[in-house]
Design a protein around this ligand. Structure first.
Ligand code: CO8
Length: 377
């Protein structure tokens, strides 16, 4: 828990949306064709009880259970091919810009413009997301190099809370004086980790990139900026959302393409356990700041499931929030790992008036919850 005694602000945000999208109908048609082919090809083993039949998916179920109607894809090619079921992303040579750096740069350039900042004024770059496509050199250092930024950059991974935790680290760096102006970027390239052959999770994720500029109020010249009044983070270990993808797999002689190396979860348990944690987290944070819950004008919440968001805000407000109060973007974007709350922020903040309060909050894998209380300047 901390108080903003050094006037640290968010001075700009950037959102980059990939050009390709995949509707529930397209995704489900492809999954069902894959499942029917699998079931026909393995009919004897399924009848003998040696293999389980692949159940069929439904676009209506997906929309009702999750609120997701569509998702964006960095590369759509390959995802809907029933003999592939994963994106076909061309490999790039070491001297070419990496895919994630490309996504990061697109969002970063928008954020810099919004913040009215030149790269020469940035002195730290954080790339924070659910996965980075390699361990080193850091994607952040590649982005730093492309933008000609002096100073330092590093990558960090905190799954669903990568974006909010990065904002908190940026806040602390500016408050402590170890950086003057920080660019925090979330290139969420989730599609390579989605198991498009799994009925229960094939619909959940989409690709996107968000970026945010954090600096001292004394240097801020942007039109829309927010005092960071308070930050709060918590983690609590859970295996209910997991991916075993990692560099040790080679030494373990395990199958690098096995299902457990992709995103998998106990969705029901996550729902049940995370909602009360998130609601209590926000409630106690606001209470510690003597902020009445009803005085918060905007809730930029993590976007994993519309029913989770409704339940959390109902617990807080005692009523369902309007879409203006708690914007939902997951109908178009799906779950974008850590970027969801910042997509909501980027699309829904410019109408706020000076003094209006808002809360950014992420919740999910880890478990992890990260939140910031903001006030429009
Ligand atoms: N089509 C049709 N029917 C289905 C489907 C489908 N696609 N899927 C499930 N069903 C069926 C089930 O078989 C079940 O049938 P029955 O009642 O006969 O057993 C019925 O529908 C209900 O199934 P569930 O209980 O599984 O359904 P829920 O109502 O619980 O909804 C959800 C499933 C949508 C997954 C829901 O549980 C949920 O959203 N939970 C929370 C999930 C969450 O927040 N997860 C966090 C995600 S992690 C994250 O945000 C970042 C991680 C890092 C990034 C990873 C990038 C790849």
């Amino acid at each position: 828990m901390n108080n903003n005694t050094h006037s640290v602000v968010i001075s700009g945000g950037g959102l980059w949306t990939p050009e390709h999208s995949i509707s529930n109908e397209e995704l489900v048609a492809s999954y069902n064709a894959y499942a029917e082919k699998y079931n026909a090809e393995n009919a004897a083993q399924i009848t003998a009880g040696e293999l389980s039949e692949k159940p069929l998916s439904s676009a209506e179920f997906v929309a009702k259970a999750s609120g997701i109607k569509s998702r964006f894809a960095y590369y759509k090619d390959g995802v809907l091919e029933i003999d592939r079921m994963r994106p076909r992303i061309p490999e790039r040579a070491d001297d070419e810009l990496s895919h994630q750096a490309e996504m990061a740069l697109k969002a970063a350039r928008i954020a810099l413009k919004e913040a009215n900042k030149d790269p020469s004024e940035i002195d730290a770059v954080i790339v924070s997301c659910a996965y980075t496509q390699r361990s080193y050199p850091a994607i952040a250092i590649e982005v730093q190099n492309e933008l000609g930024i002096q100073g330092f950059g590093f990558d960090m991974l905190v799954a669903c809370s990568a974006a909010t935790f990065a904002l908190q680290r940026a806040y602390e760096m500016v408050a402590a004086g170890t950086a003057k102006c920080v660019l925090a970027i979330n290139p969420e390239l989730t599609s390579p980790q989605v198991n498009y052959c799994d009925r229960d999770s094939h619909f959940i994720f989409g690709d996107v990139a968000t970026a945010t500029v954090i600096e001292s109020a004394s240097t801020c010249t942007s039109e829309h900026s927010y005092d960071i009044l308070n930050t709060k983070a918590v983690t609590s270990f859970s295996n209910n959302i997991r991916s075993n993808f990692g560099y040790v797999a080679r030494a373990e002689d395990s199958d690098p393409l096995a299902d457990d190396k992709l995103f998998h979860q106990e969705g029901r348990k996550v729902f049940k356990e995370v909602c009360p944690m998130a609601a209590e987290h926000i409630r106690s944070q606001l209470e510690s700041q003597d902020i009445e819950i009803d005085s918060v004008k905007r809730w930029w919440l993590h976007q994993a499931n519309i029913n989770m968001n409704t339940l959390i805000t109902k617990k807080l407000l005692g009523r369902a929030p309007s879409l203006e109060e708690a914007p939902i973007v997951l109908d178009r974007y799906a779950n974008t790992a850590s970027a969801g709350s910042l997509i909501a922020f980027n699309l829904h903040h410019k109408d706020l008036k000076q003094g209006d309060l808002g809360v950014v909050c992420s919740f999910g894998a880890g478990y992890s919850i990260g939140s910031l209380v903001l006030r429009k300047r």
